[in-house]
Ligand binder design. Structure first.
Ligand code: IMP
Length: 428
């Protein structure tokens, strides 16, 4: 039995896509368990980037079955557009791609409601990706959602979708003073998507369990990061799904007892998109250099990412919440130019030093980082492929992360290309 969970250990954008894609060659399945088209997983294929929003990051590898599990929320039109874009790059999306019948749909009215709600929040806006994720999950919890399996019974789907849209249009127009969604156009759009997607619909949990039981490697691919988890992130500045490793079971139908190692992906520094507390944010030249060298703008929204120094208090918290056994540190090469590199080892909150990560976002907003300065290496790591290729200070930086995080670093990524990795120990 072999399965591995690859999740973000920060606020998302850690480079999970590249890591999952790199491991997928040794896997039978890659399974997404949460989130939706808010994700943007960038993979470099033949030297060109390709961004997956809904499709699992193993889709380009022949022979790997890619699954959207029941915990994912799917915008049917966005998925069809993504499939077309991916096929245009010569990637097969056929029987190798399965959508669980229980995954819920993101409807046009979810996006409209979200836009109106975000506008209404004013200065308190969360800074969501406006992909309808929160409202779709809210409807699922309120038992008003539309599982994608309904597309196989289109008449029933249409009746329920029209009723739901009428309720939302009431809210949009009367409460928010916003425009109503065109219901006929919505139904026709989804009818076209349904024709394309129905061949991929399946009851996936038994297939995933069977693969794990049969000894096939299964990768559970997380989206966003543990610090954006609905229960354990910096609420309300979170996404609406369970991004922590605990989300795998409800998001796939695979019981916890069948889930193997949990690998956390963390940048060698840290970024955040959207609002919310961020103790080590560096709104100075250092942050600007990180943003520039790391090309830190959102793969989904194009928004510039907020940049800061590695926060090991937050990292340790993610490790605890998700049971992360090993780390993959990404974008180490972005740090190549710094003379010294601050690493946050503790916070000072209300005058008291602590290594506890506050659950309360308001308390976290008061946290001042306490830094230890690590010597930089001022040399390129981009061509490093083995431990021996790394400058001594870069290796010392990784060892410091291991010491503070309390778990080993399995690999470090030093560039966008698939082979730009220094592996210390095999993952699969
Ligand atoms: P939502 O997921 O669109 O509801 O956005 C909620 C919060 O999560 C916002 O701060 C987003 O910027 C953030 N977020 C959502 N998806 C991603 C992602 O893939 N990477 C980084 N941040 C994300």
């Amino acid at each position: 039995m072999s399965s591995v969970v690859i999740i973000g250990a920060q606020w998302g954008d850690e480079g999970k896509g590249k890591i999952v894609n790199g491991l997928a060659g040794g896997a039978a399945m890659v399974v997404r368990f949460q989130g939706g088209a808010n994700a943007g997983h960038t993979v470099t294929l033949d030297g060109e980037p390709i961004v997956f929003h809904l499709l699992p990051s193993g889709i380009s590898i022949p022979g790997v079955t890619c699954v959207l599990g029941p915990g994912v929320v799917i915008d049917p039109a966005a998925l069809v557009a993504e499939i077309d874009g991916v096929r245009a790059r010569g990637i097969d999306v056929g029987s190798n791609f399965l959508i669980d019948v229980g995954a819920h749909m993101v409807m046009p009215y979810h996006k409209a409601v979200e836009a109106a709600e975000e506008k209404g929040r004013g200065d308190g806006a969360i800074g969501t990706t406006l992909r309808g994720i929160g409202p779709a999950y809210a409807d699922r919890s309120a038992r008003e959602g539309l599982p994608i399996g309904l597309l196989a019974r289109f008449d029933e789907f249409e009746e329920r979708a029209r009723a739901a849209a009428a309720r939302k249009n009431d809210i949009l127009t009367r409460l928010h003073g916003a425009e109503a969604v065109d219901v006929d156009a919505m139904i026709e759009g989804i009818r076209r998507a349904a024709d394309r997607l129905s061949q991929h619909l399946a009851d996936t949990p038994p297939l995933v369990r069977e693969t794990v039981r049969g000894g096939g490697n299964v990768i559970f691919e997380g989206a966003q990061g543990t610090l954006l988890d609905l229960s354990f992130g910096t609420y309300p500045f979170v996404t609406s799904s369970h991004t922590a490793a605990g989300g795998v079971s409800p998001g796939t139908g695979v019981p916890p007892s069948m889930i193997g190692e949990i690998i956390g992906v963390a940048k060698a520094y840290i970024t955040r998109v959207g609002a919310g507390p961020f103790p080590t944010e560096a709104p100075d030249q250092g942050g600007a250099t990180l943003q520039d060298r790391g090309a830190e703008s959102g793969a989904t929204t194009g928004r510039p990412r907020r940049c800061g120094w590695l926060d090991t208090v937050a990292l340790k918290y993610s490790i605890e919440i998700s049971g992360i056994g090993r780390l993959v540190v990404t974008k180490l090469d972005v740090l190549d130019v710094f003379e010294t590199i601050p690493v946050c080892v503790a916070y000072r909150i209300d005058g008291k030093e602590t290594t506890r990560f506050p659950r309360d976002a308001a308390e976290l907003a008061r946290a001042e980082p306490i830094y230890e300065a690590m010597p930089g290496w001022r040399a390129s790591t981009a061509d490093a492929r083995t431990e021996g290729d790394l400058p001594a200070a870069a290796l010392a930086y990784l060892r410091k992360i291991e010491e503070l995080a309390g778990v080993p670093v399995a690999a470090a990524s030093v560039g966008a290309a698939a082979d730009a990795v220094v592996e210390f120990a095999p993952i699969l």
